[in-house]
Design a protein. Structure first.
Length: 210
């Protein structure tokens, strides 16, 4: 916690962070009073004013619960989400690894401008060049939202059941078959029976490796 804050102000700031992270909206004055075991709402208000003066929060006194977390210099603080990196995914020939069987190999912190408020995400390291025309290169991280369905043209992690392989491609259901389309003009699509393909996740963001 910042050293320029009193113990009570640190307690309030910590409570604000935890409350907003859990509820996705700010607490009321009485929420803060109860959560921080403060004797009165006037004491809460006093310390909120000090936090505002020091650039840690912004308040709109005309709106209930309008407290925004700042970074200490008066700039809006970006919320981050820890996303597990589960392993590799093929952007080329499919890899024989089911996403559900992977264990995290690392964790990355993503800001909310990348996650768009989503919280149930995982990431995979791209291996191969079949998606380079979609600006997804070998070594990049792709952030995926677990889903079993996708719209035509969405980039997905697809599990090919009989081959026990997974791949990153654009997804096109075509009646009784599915076309898994690479985004690389030199590569041909993969065609599979529709009941032989399971969508495991839909692309949310790409993090470049350089």
């Amino acid at each position: 916690m910042p050293s320029d804050l009193s113990e009570k102000q640190q307690s309030i700031l910590r409570f604000l962070e935890e409350f907003i992270s859990e509820h996705d909206y700010p607490p009321s004055i009485r929420d803060i009073q109860g959560g921080c075991d403060i004797s009165s709402t006037s004491v809460v208000d006093y310390n909120l004013k000090r936090l505002e003066e020091k650039g840690y929060i912004r308040r709109d006194r005309e709106v209930s619960r309008a407290i925004e977390l700042l970074n200490g210099q008066g700039e809006r603080r970006r919320r981050t989400l820890q996303v597990p990196v589960l392993g590799k995914i093929a952007a080329g020939l499919p890899l024989p690894v089911h996403p559900d069987s992977m264990a995290p190999v690392e964790v990355v912190d993503l800001t909310d401008d990348l996650t768009n408020g989503r919280t149930n995400l995982y990431a995979l390291r791209v291996q191969g060049t079949s998606m380079i025309d979609a600006l997804i290169n070998d070594g990049d991280l792709v952030v995926l939202e677990p889903r079993q369905e996708a719209n035509p043209g969405e980039v997905v992690a697809a599990w090919i059941i009989d081959r026990e392989e997974t791949t990153l491609k654009k997804y096109y259901p075509e009646g009784k078959r599915v076309r898994l389309q690479p985004m690389n003009a030199t590569m041909d699509p993969i065609y599979e029976d529709a009941d032989n393909v399971q969508v495991q996740g839909r692309l949310v963001a790409t993090i470049r490796s350089f």
